[in-house]
Write a protein that binds this ligand. Structure first.
Ligand code: GDP
Length: 432
């Protein structure tokens, strides 16, 4: 969803304008000079087009380094925006503070819509021409309070938004790509054979798809899937000694080529260093993850007890991974793989709207603030999900964040929004 940032000095009417745009009298705090308010995003819609409006209160006109504070605030808003609405109070005209902000806006090369607000009557509307001097193009006179000219403004915003590619329902897409990985002898070949047998169809060619000859197409749960780099598994080339290095290379290649990795672990054996390395490869490649405990037919009451303990101890970092207990040998629960893979892919591609993300994160970090560092507790100013597959979040903050606090945020993020079966990346951009 495209993001529109509303920037301007305090008291120029940004919040009133945001209220106009989102079309409701929400509890948007009025601009009060000197009152710090952080960036607040709202989800908006105009003629069927959805976008996020970010109200950038929080300018700190009384801060010691006034120009610096303004520049930093505006920069964050502008960095994350597709379009910037720059609001000037037409009853005051362009001030030196406005001009300082304009310099930064120009450097950003983002489209800027210049608003001459408080043009409540025709005389004031004419005053707007004086704002040509800012060099931001045509000033748009509006009255956010009385609604004068705001429909035109919304049309202008829409025109400035980047085009969103139309989502074609049922558009042809290649099969989802799965890597079947795990250390030697966990049962990868057996599972591949089982899938082929169980579903009868290791499809060799499907109309309209080209599949690398090292890959296999199998049908599971009514869907065709591409198992990447299975040539070695099909031929059961079990390289002999000293091959861990090559095995790791092969795993890395398969994981990179896939969207989701099914990591096989031997349920009858302890979770080893080598198993951990495979899991790490998947996480570091940013792929969705399903953990399949194979050889479940060998697991008795006793083993189950120890396995639970091992899982608690050794798989703590991947509590979000989806787990299935299968037996390639007997076919037990192999039909659970496709639904598990689907869930992991859904988490991998999930997106949280900017508005919902920031509202949730503000409440969370106010309830449990970051510990004090160097006399201050660093705060989140604004957050956005910068990407999906895997989900990537960027937090703009007032200072560096501890790794422990980021883990807390990640855990809560998962509790709130799900993201099961996928690693999450959270990066922090402290304001300078
Ligand atoms: P790969 O190296 O990961 O491809 O492992 P293989 O598929 O070659 O299997 C290694 C050994 O484990 C073989 O002797 C298989 O018969 C055995 N095996 C594989 N899956 C299972 C299972 O679910 N249960 C049991 N009991 N044995 C299995």
């Amino acid at each position: 969803v495209p993001v529109v940032a509303v920037v301007g000095r305090p008291n120029v009417g940004k919040s009133t304008l945001v209220n106009r745009i989102i079309g409701r009298r929400q509890a948007v705090v009025e601009d009060v000079p000197g009152v710090t308010r952080d960036r607040v995003p709202y989800d908006a819609q105009w003629t069927g087009r959805r976008f996020t409006v970010v109200d950038t209160g929080g300018w700190e006109p009384d801060a010691k380094d006034r120009a610096g504070a303004i520049a930093a605030q505006a920069e964050i808003a502008v960095q994350t925006a597709d379009v910037v609405i720059f609001v000037v109070d037409v009853t005051v005209g362009a001030t030196d503070v406005d001009e300082a902000a304009v310099k930064m806006l120009r450097r950003s090369h983002k489209p800027v819509i210049l608003i001459a607000n408080k043009a409540d009557n025709q005389n004031l509307e004419l005053e707007a021409v004086s704002l040509w001097s800012l060099g931001l193009g045509e000033p748009h006179p509006i009255s956010a309070l009385h609604g004068r000219g705001s429909g035109d403004l919304l049309d202008d915003i829409l025109r400035a938004l980047p085009p969103t590619p139309p989502i074609i329902e049922g558009a042809p897409r290649g099969p989802r790509r799965i890597a079947l990985v795990g250390r030697p002898n966990v049962g990868k070949s057996s599972l591949l054979n089982r899938m082929a047998k169980e579903e009868r169809a290791v499809v060799d060619s499907v109309a309209g798809t080209t599949v690398d000859p090292v890959d296999s197409l199998v049908e599971m749960d009514g869907e065709i899937w591409q198992l990447v780099d299975t040539a070695g598994l099909r031929k059961r080339v079990h390289q002999a000694s000293g091959t861990e290095y090559y095995a790791a290379l092969r795993t890395a290649g398969a994981v990179e080529a896939a969207e989701v990795a099914v990591v096989l672990l031997d349920a009858g054996d302890v979770i080893s260093e080598q198993d951990q390395r495979v899991i790490t490869q998947v996480i570091e490649s940013g792929r969705a993850l399903v953990i399949a405990f194979n050889k479940w037919d060998l697991v008795d009451e006793d083993r189950r007890f120890y396995l639970d303990k091992e899982i608690d101890r050794d798989l703590k970092r991947v509590t979000w991974a989806i787990r299935v207990n299968i037996s390639a040998k007997t076919g037990r629960a192999v039909d659970k793989l496709a639904p598990a893979v689907r869930r992991a892919l859904a988490g991998w591609e999930q997106r949280v709207p900017t508005g919902a993300l920031n509202q949730w994160l503000t409440a969370l970090t106010q309830g449990t603030p970051h510990p004090v560092r160097g006399g201050r507790a660093p705060r989140v100013l604004f957050a956005t999900q910068a990407g999906a597959a895997p989900p990537r979040f960027v937090l703009f903050t007032t200072g560096p964040f501890d790794a422990g606090y980021l883990r807390f945020i990640e855990r809560k993020l998962r509790e709130e929004f799900g993201f099961e079966g996928t690693p999450i990346e959270i990066s922090v951009k402290p304001r300078k």
